[in-house]
Design a protein around this ligand. Sequence first.
Ligand code: 763
Ligand code: MG
Length: 221
Amino acid sequence: TRTTRPQRLLRAVIINAVRGDPDSVIRAIDHFCKHTEWAMNIGDEKGAILDSVVMETSPSTVLELGTYCGYSAVRITRLLPPSTRLITVEMNPDYACVARQVIQHAGLQDKVCVLEGQSADLIPKMAEMFGIQTFDFVFLDHWKDRYLPDIRLLEDCSLLAQGSVVLADNVVCPGTPDYLNYIRSNLNYRSRFYQAHLEYTRVLDGLEKSEYLGCRQGKRQ
Ligand SMILES: O=C(NCCCOCn1ccc2cnccc21)c1cc(-c2ccc(F)cc2)cc(O)c1O
Ligand SMILES: [Mg+2]
């Protein structure tokens, strides 16, 4: 097929969503993925959990790892207060290009920075690049074997503050066993699992929400 799936998803947004209306962009993507082509957006069921965690956190600095087509960037950013920005990292330039257009269609382009590159390279430069100290909210949705090294990198770069919330997608499917084992046995985090389903399917999946408690010693025995 000449076009890519992200390009076909973007076309569905342009045709079916109202420009400047984030909720219509979300609905258009979910409709496309339910009725035309599956795509790896967090989706409506897990998306509602994401919404509630964002609202209860009411963050002022937000980092997302794994933009894809911008679906969760739109979901998160539509709930942020006016002065808040989302930084979202995507390593695939074609995905990043589609995501910027989806985010623009939603009218949220002034509140989102889509950064191209690998998390391992970009995380150490975040504080300097954006003049921030810490992230209040981090959403992990990139390579599943990068969740653990990247949470460690965020700790080492002092980018988490007491009360920072880390929400991880796909901890059941495709699964992130090393990350779950680390975060659930680490006294510096209070974690909670939200059972759900893989986007647009009946396959079991879930989200892990972890609150950073500050730097304490030791591991749970
Ligand atoms: O793979 C998934 N996401 C990741 C994409 C690449 O991300 C690469 N990537 C993006 C920034 C970034 C920054 N640094 C390094 C790598 C970086 C992913 C996969 C599935 C899925 C579940 C079942 C299946 F049968 C097939 C697929 C579902 C999901 O919800 C996902 O999120
Ligand atoms: Mg995901």
